[in-house]
Design a protein around this ligand. Structure first.
Ligand code: DSN
Length: 428
């Protein structure tokens, strides 16, 4: 164990919690030990402000190779022509894109947070909604699918400089081509935030945003199963929409502006230990094993959604194309907050989540969001997810019976022993 016993014991307790529980938080995963070990390395010690070959510190020759490898591996994984691997998180990637393209007061258009969007896509409590005139589109009340007519109406009315597609709680694939047509019609730059489905896109199982979107951001720790972090990619570098030229008369490129927006625009020293771990994850995601994993994630989500529907639950949009689903709990007369608190008593981890047009407040909600990426890493397959639906159903049905909850918790803890996490590791 590490010398700091207090922290060491907490690390051990958290490992035990992760091992014994049914992890259904859609944005979480279990990174490989290679990823974890790379993050916990002496690369942490190095300052490397700047980019490979152009640093503000000496001694960066190894770091340059590491960051170069991460960029090259990321480009190969997505077929990208440009990559920046420095954003500390998805929010920083989105902030950099907005800084590279917009001036305060410019209009942007993204998916409403209450319909599954993300804070950084224009929420009034986030920089994106404070500094820019943020407008939003939603999902169709009848179908739960993104309302493309509304996207077009909003785009033509507000003429945003940036249109954002992508979400935190949306279970369907995206029609990037339709978004591009609208973006072209109103002269906007089109960005996709693929933080959630990135790994499934890399595996070729969902539509490819790089073909249609000018710029794509992501996190690296959700379906992509890497370290906690962010990235920015483009299919190919393009001239910056301002049309500006440099001293030699060459167009200023978008990639150049994005790099400046990450550093020095919004960040200082890059986390090279995390960038090295990103390189490990990008290389893992190119293996046949990872492609099989990604396909299993989707099959498991479909099985879980169907098993819940079979037990009287409603899924927003009726199902899922990706790794997650939004469960509308109103048919079970329980709020999202109460369901989250109930399920955790049996070691099932979820998060309460607004459903579109939710009558409840954001801290209460009428839904929970469930995802299959983490448990698929543990080795669970379709039949196991039917079992999970049975547990969720039984817990909600017997919500006031402590003995039933305790018995399901014991059953879950025994069950999860069959799916070892980091076998042989007892702590740090
Ligand atoms: N917090 C992330 C999620 O859970 O989806 C998004 O930033």
């Amino acid at each position: 164990m590490i010398k700091d016993r207090l922290v060491g014991e907490l690390l051990t307790r958290e490992l035990a919690r992760q091992r014994r529980g049914v992890e259904l938080i859609a944005s979480e995963n279990f990174a490989s030990l290679d990823v974890i070990r790379t993050m916990g390395s002496w690369l942490n010690n190095k300052y490397a402000e700047g980019y490979p070959g152009k640093r503000y510190y000496g001694g960066c020759e190894v770091i340059d190779e590491i960051e170069g490898l991460a960029i090259q591996s990321l480009c190969k994984l997505f077929g990208a022509g440009y990559a920046n691997v420095q954003p500390h998180a998805g929010a920083q990637a989105n902030m950099a894109v907005q800084l590279s393209l917009l001036k305060p007061g410019d209009a942007i258009l993204g998916l409403n947070l209450a319909h599954g969007g993300h804070l950084t896509h224009g929420s009034p409590v986030n920089f994106s909604g404070m500094y820019f005139r943020a407008h939003s589109y939603g999902v169709h009340p009848d179908t739960g699918y993104v309302n493309m007519e509304q996207v077009r109406e909003q785009a033509l009315e507000h003429r945003p400089k940036l249109i954002i597609c992508g979400a935190s709680a949306y279970s369907r694939d995206w029609d990037y081509a339709a978004f591009r047509t609208i973006a072209d019609e109103c002269g906007a730059v089109l960005m996709a935030d693929i933080a959630h489905p990135a790994g499934l896109i890399a595996a070729g199982l969902l539509s490819d945003p790089l073909k249609q979107c000018h710029v794509v951001t992501s996190t690296t720790h959700k379906t992509l199963r890497g370290p906690r972090g962010g990235i920015i990619i483009m299919g190919e570098d393009i001239p910056h929409p301002s049309g500006q030229t440099d001293k030699k008369g060459n167009p200023v490129m978008m990639g150049q502006r994005l790099n400046s927006a990450v550093f020095p625009g919004t960040q200082g020293g890059p986390l090279e230990h995390v960038i090295a771990a990103k390189a490990v994850a990008f290389r893992e995601a190119q293996t046949e094993d990872y492609r099989k994993y990604a396909a299993q994630v989707i099959r498991n989500a479909a099985a879980l959604a169907q098993a819940l529907v079979d037990r009287g639950f409603n899924i927003v949009s009726g199902g899922t194309d990706n790794h997650l689903m939004l469960v509308d709990l109103r048919s079970k007369s329980i709020t999202g907050k109460d369901a989250e608190n109930l399920l955790i008593r049996a070691d099932i981890t979820t998060n309460k989540n607004m459903i579109p047009n939710d009558p409840e407040k954001p801290m209460i909600t009428s839904g929970i969001r469930l995802g299959t990426a983490a448990l698929t890493t543990r080795g669970l397959v379709e039949g196991d997810f039917v079992r999970i639906a049975e547990w969720i159903h039984a817990l909600i049905l017997h919500r006031s019976e402590d003995a039933v909850i305790a018995s399901i918790k014991s059953e879950i803890n025994r069950y999860m022993e069959g799916f070892p996490l980091y076998p042989g590791i007892e702590g740090l």
